[in-house]
Design a protein around this ligand. Structure first.
Ligand SMILES: *Cc1c(COP(=O)(O)O)cnc(C)c1O
Length: 370
């Protein structure tokens, strides 16, 4: 995979840069979304996505950002009054919990400190003592804190208790290990502008047989998000409503690139890049925000040194052609983030680190002198 090299390094955790082949696909003329050509486009994209999700079950493309996919997961499988365990250790986990609550779920919060992973034993304990819980909501990769939760272990517990498992995998699927069926994830959600190297506009969701059984009973209101409708239309090679055709063009091009590289190599590349970013930021004297053992290979949240303002640091990095992200919510002044997912190589990591080093020096951070 070539690096972005001398171009602007867009390194926020989504949108991510699009490779040239994706950009070219985006410029294609419109087609009838009820026609044969679109049916082929949709079918091929869905097949490649299933392969990369490692699922044999259903998978839908929804024209929405990732949050729309999260909402679809909730409203398609739950009813008002359902007890739902919401595992949170960051901003996006809180969003998922809040969403379920708004639709009338009885949310049982299980909160962890934002710099610590969710503890599978605590999840197990609650599921053992609160049998009325129907579903577990969790964020696999907390983009707000740069932390990857130990989902394999948590999923095992959830499945031992035969609960529904709804996962926000928006910034992990397509980059980190995520064997959807093997882990028993009932609805996994991701979005085109993250590891998928495509523009924003599509949420992708997998739906397990257990999720379909829940769907048959689920009474939360839904119209645009209805999985039954999505399945009915997909059988005809269509989507219920007008899809983001251009984004699908781009996504198919990126899925083909991903299939060529192969899942194992994609994951390995993200591991190497993640490691390089962590070593590099440490060498600059900057501590990671999360516990290192759980640091994400798609996004790094890094504490800003005392005396350096996040806003100024981002501006300084931007002047070096590198676009980084600030902290979210309560971490706004404490951390900045580097997105390293999708189209990213070790060479890009070095370019990012170089710009960061220069920006830090300009902001007066002495530890930056290597
Ligand atoms: C980006 C992201 C979201 C939000 O996705 P949108 O596409 O902005 O709606 C939710 N959860 C996680 C973990 C994310 O990384």
């Amino acid at each position: 995979m070539p690096s972005l090299s001398d171009k602007v390094q867009l390194r926020v955790p989504g949108p991510t840069p699009c490779p040239e082949r994706v950009l070219q696909a985006l410029g294609r003329q419109m087609i009838n979304h009820r026609g044969k050509e679109f049916a082929q486009l949709l079918q091929r994209s869905t097949d490649l996505l299933k392969h990369l999700f490692q699922t044999r079950h259903d998978l839908f493309l929804l024209t929405a950002s990732g949050t729309g996919g999260m909402e679809a997961a909730v409203v398609n499988t739950l009813s008002p009054g359902d007890r739902v365990l919401a595992v949170t250790n960051g901003y996006f986990g809180e969003r998922f919990a809040e969403m379920a609550a708004r639709y009338g779920a009885e949310v049982v919060p299980l909160e962890f400190p934002w710099d610590k992973p969710a503890d599978p034993d605590r999840v197990r304990h609650i599921l053992e003592h609160d049998p009325a819980i129907k579903a577990v909501l969790i964020t696999h990769n907390e983009t707000s804190t740069g932390l990857t939760n130990p989902l394999a272990e948590i999923a095992r517990t959830v499945k031992e208790h035969d609960k529904l498992l709804l996962v926000d995998a928006i910034s992990s699927l397509g980059a980190l290990e995520f064997p959807t069926d093997q882990w028993g994830v009932d609805v996994a959600v991701t979005a085109s502008q993250k590891a998928w190297m495509a523009p924003p506009g599509l949420a992708m969701v997998s739906v397990s047989p257990q999720a379909w059984r829940a769907h048959a009973q689920a009474r939360m209101p839904r119209y645009y998000w209805d999985f039954s409708l999505a399945r009915e239309f997909l059988e005809k090679g269509q989507t219920p409503f007008t899809p983001a055709v251009s984004t699908i063009y781009g996504l198919l091009a990126s899925l083909e690139l991903m299939a060529e590289e192969g899942l194992a190599r994609i994951q390995e590349r993200h591991r190497r890049v993640g490691e390089r970013i962590r070593q590099g930021t440490k060498a600059l004297g900057l501590p990671l925000f999360p516990e290192e053992r759980f640091a994400s290979n798609t996004v790094s949240a890094i504490r800003v040194p005392a005396g350096v303002e996040v806003k100024r640091l981002l501006e300084a990095a931007q002047a070096h052609n590198t676009v980084l992200a600030g902290g979210q919510d309560r971490l706004g002044k404490e951390v900045f983030r580097i997105g390293h997912l999708g189209w990213v190589t070790e060479e890009d990591a070095d370019t990012i680190l170089e710009a960061l080093g220069a920006a830090l020096t300009e902001c007066g951070h002495l530890g930056a002198a290597r």
